[in-house]
Write a protein that binds this ligand. Structure first.
Ligand SMILES: Cc1ncc(COP(=O)(O)O)c(C=O)c1O
Length: 393
């Protein structure tokens, strides 16, 4: 059988996957500190309202629009008015089934096979696969931690070549939980301007800010302010409304006027080729997005209380510490580097029945980094964290 070289992945089951499978299927309880699916973490949703919106009579009509139906895009423009005070035209919004699809549209729009996009390290691990599938090369640029996370801007600029087409930024980043600062944004825009690059900003966790009052959130979206370079802002229901099962995301285009029309026209053809969103969810989008506040409050409360519980445990665990978190759903732990990351995660599953992610999944260098989710139900999180601490004792 002839397969494409872009799918030449190592598909053998890893020790991590094997151990996790055994843990999940042996029938005994386990403590999943990687759980990040909000629909299974015990949050309350307005189920009646959601199902009502998905069964409106209009949902039975097929009236395809490559960018998404106008009412749904209007809901996205309202979202940016609320979170960023931004006046975005519905013509600059494209609905997609996921941010992954939005990335894929953008990689196809900007990159020929073999061309490059710059991606932060550590960051969201799916980029490698997305890029592989679109024949794009991922070039990492380093983040460093010094009383909080920062972009190594000088290193980033040295990674730019004639093949580079875009800089990708996750804001706040997963799993480091840090927001790009105003100065970093300015510097990045200048770099993109100098080298003719687009800026792709993934803001799925934007509203999950832990360390600042809500008004501060409203000024830090890349949708706000001036846009000297072509800037795409990506988000979606999976995080913004805790509804990953709805499969709705979007990209919003900002930038200098002459570029906007050309960009929109080209993207329209890409989107028209797939027409991937279903009608019910588009009709429901104004409601789904409008009710996000209730879910966000519950998630923020959970993340905050789990982080407090973790800190109380870490206060008595001199060998373990955590890095600062500004927002998002994750926390990075510094643990003794006893053994390789995969071995360590496997032993935690076997000896303590606790699931964690080794840092290398996200591109952390070296051992001694673990990433855990702050979303699990409180009791499960607490018991998992206790066992984690006990393991290192
Ligand atoms: C940074 C980031 N972007 C996007 C996503 C997924 O979004 P979607 O479900 O819309 O593809 C995730 C999921 O964890 C994420 O961490």
């Amino acid at each position: 059988m002839q397969f494409s070289s872009r799918t030449r992945w190592n598909v053998e089951r890893t020790r991590y996957a094997d151990t996790l499978h055994a843990l999940r299927t042996d029938g005994a309880p386990y403590f999943d500190l990687t759980a990040s699916n909000p629909t299974t973490c015990g949050f309350h949703y307005d189920s009646i309202g959601i199902l009502r919106e998905l069964s409106r009579p209009e949902c039975l009509e097929y009236s395809p629009d490559p960018q998404g139906i106008p009412q749904a895009r209007a809901a996205v423009t309202l979202y940016y008015e609320e979170v960023a005070g931004a006046q975005l035209l519905p013509e600059r919004v494209f609905l997609t089934t996921s941010t992954s699809e939005a990335y894929s549209y953008l990689f196809r729009l900007h990159c020929n096979p073999g061309e490059e996009v710059l991606i932060a390290q550590p960051s969201y691990p799916l980029f490698e696969f997305l890029a592989d599938l679109d024949d794009v090369r991922v070039i990492p640029y380093p983040l460093f931690y010094d009383h909080g996370w920062h972009i190594d801007l000088a290193a980033l600029e040295t990674r730019i070549t004639r093949q580079t087409r875009a800089v990708v930024l996750v804001h706040p980043n997963n799993p480091t939980g840090h927001y790009t600062s105003g100065q970093e944004r300015e510097a990045l825009e200048q770099i993109c301007l100098r080298h003719g690059l687009a800026l792709i900003v993934d803001e799925v966790f934007l509203e999950y800010r832990q360390d600042a009052p809500v008004p501060a959130v409203q000024t830090c979206s890349f949708a706000s302010g001036e846009h000297p370079v072509l800037t795409y802002v990506l988000s979606g229901l999976s995080k913004a409304a805790g509804l990953p099962q709805m499969k709705v995301a979007w990209l919003a285009i900002f930038g200098p006027d002459p570029l906007l029309q050309e960009t929109t026209s080209r993207l329209e053809i890409i989107a028209d080729t797939f027409l991937s969103l279903n009608a019910p969810v588009q009709h429901a989008l104004p409601f789904l997005l409008g009710q996000r506040g209730g879910v966000q409050q519950q998630i923020l409360a959970r993340v905050g209380s789990n982080l407090d519980a973790l800190d109380r445990l870490l206060a008595h665990a001199p060998l373990l510490s955590r890095l600062g978190v500004q927002g998002g759903w994750y926390v990075v732990l510094r643990v003794p580097s006893l053994t390789g990351g995969e071995e360590l995660a496997a032993r935690l599953m076997q000896e303590q029945r606790v699931v964690v992610h080794p840092g290398y999944f996200y591109g952390f260098h070296g051992d001694g980094w673990l990433v855990i989710s702050l979303l699990p139900p409180t009791e499960e999180f607490l018991e998992g964290a206790r066992r984690l601490v006990r393991f290192f004792e």
